[in-house]
Design a binder for this molecule. Sequence first.
Ligand SMILES: Cc1cc2nc3c(=O)[nH]c(=O)nc-3n(C[C@H](O)[C@H](O)[C@H](O)COP(=O)(O)OP(=O)(O)OC[C@H]3O[C@@H](n4cnc5c(N)ncnc54)[C@H](O)[C@@H]3O)c2cc1C
Length: 398
Amino acid sequence: MATTDVDIAVIGGGIGGLTLALALRQRGLEAEVFEQADALREVGAAVAIAANGSRILQRLGLGDELAAASVVPTSLQYRHWRSGAVVAEHPVGEAYARRFGAPFWGIHRASLQRTLSEAWGVERLHLGRCLVGVSDRADGVVLTFRDGRTVHARTVVGADGVHSRVRRHVDDSAPVYSGTSGFRGMAPIEALPSLPSPSAVQFWMGPGGHVLHYQVGESVNYLAVLDGPRRWPHQAGLTDAGPGELIGAFAGWHGAVRDMLEAVPQSPRWGLFTLPSPLRWSRGRSVLLGDAAHAMLPHHGQGANQTIEDAAVLARCIADAGPEGYESAFGRYERLRRSRTRAVQRASWDTSPVLHLPDGPAADVRDERLRGLDGWLGWIHGHDPDRAIALPLADAHH
Ligand SMILES: Cc1cc2nc3c(=O)[nH]c(=O)nc-3n(C[C@H](O)[C@H](O)[C@H](O)COP(=O)(O)OP(=O)(O)OC[C@H]3O[C@@H](n4cnc5c(N)ncnc54)[C@H](O)[C@@H]3O)c2cc1C
């Protein structure tokens, strides 16, 4: 059994782990990234990166490459489930980038992952290394991997996702099923002649469900969300769905929605889970980042964006505190990040029932609010962690 010494060990080579590693390097610190998979592959098709994420990726020098691989949506539209009428619309494109100081990108997850991992390189990326145990030492942690090897690290960052192994060492909280689930798909635009404005980000809202879609490359990526089932059969996110389950649930919806859902084979059904804020984000020399700390529902498209914000803030806190100051760095990071990520988590949780209202007075009030959405979303997309870190804490979260 070999033991190696490293300064900063990052568990997880996903969006969070790689962004953190790059942000640390930009501040003159090197990390070692340990990823359980034998090759970096992203599950799921696409991701929407809003200005609060893209401004950080631009600062890491990845802006041109990511912009070239992305589609910038023309607008954000909310539509009535049956008639297809636009109930609210807000420009995205140039107007959005001017307003928030950074662009909105729809991108293949594989392209984002590739850009991050190529920027990081292979030298400090350790594939096929599944963490199975963490134990504290006075001067760090001992990490045990499934292959039997151990690593002694001065500190460990758990960027290992919603079912984080590092979190089990830090806190015993577990993800909770939201009572909603979704189907995902990526349909070629040429197969969707009935779809109005395929290059807009669109929410179709109706009783008991909604469909979100946006363009990625020459395709439209969709997430169709439904209330139920009341219980999810297991802790993991995916389960097989019966034939026709998806299209059956959207019977009566506008033809463009049904055409899109039928354009590609039905996906498995994803249980949508959220992680009630753990009591603590760090313990001794171990700290959590991204979904490991605050997995959230996807209705504000913010899981990856909040993870990218975490990475920028944690890198800054570690660099400011110096090599002996990990514990104070983690305290500062948590104070800067906890209430913001909780607010976005809560907003994502509250959004689903609002999008699923039946026609009637409550839906009318919602539609009116959506027409004023510009100001509503500003607190999420306009956030700049570099600016927030310089402010007194009470002002830092908006
Ligand atoms: C349906 C759906 C749609 C979404 N759409 C969006 C969107 O449009 N915009 C957005 O911002 N977010 C979106 N998200 C959320 C986003 O995908 C996550 O928030 C984001 O990927 C979290 O990044 P992460 O690095 O924390 O975790 P992950 O991306 O889950 O990465 C964790 C990594 O750790 C590795 N790992 C796990 N355990 C171990 C171990 N024991 N040892 C070593 N390695 C390990 C995993 O293999 C993985 O590579 C969506 C999520 C879902 C479910």
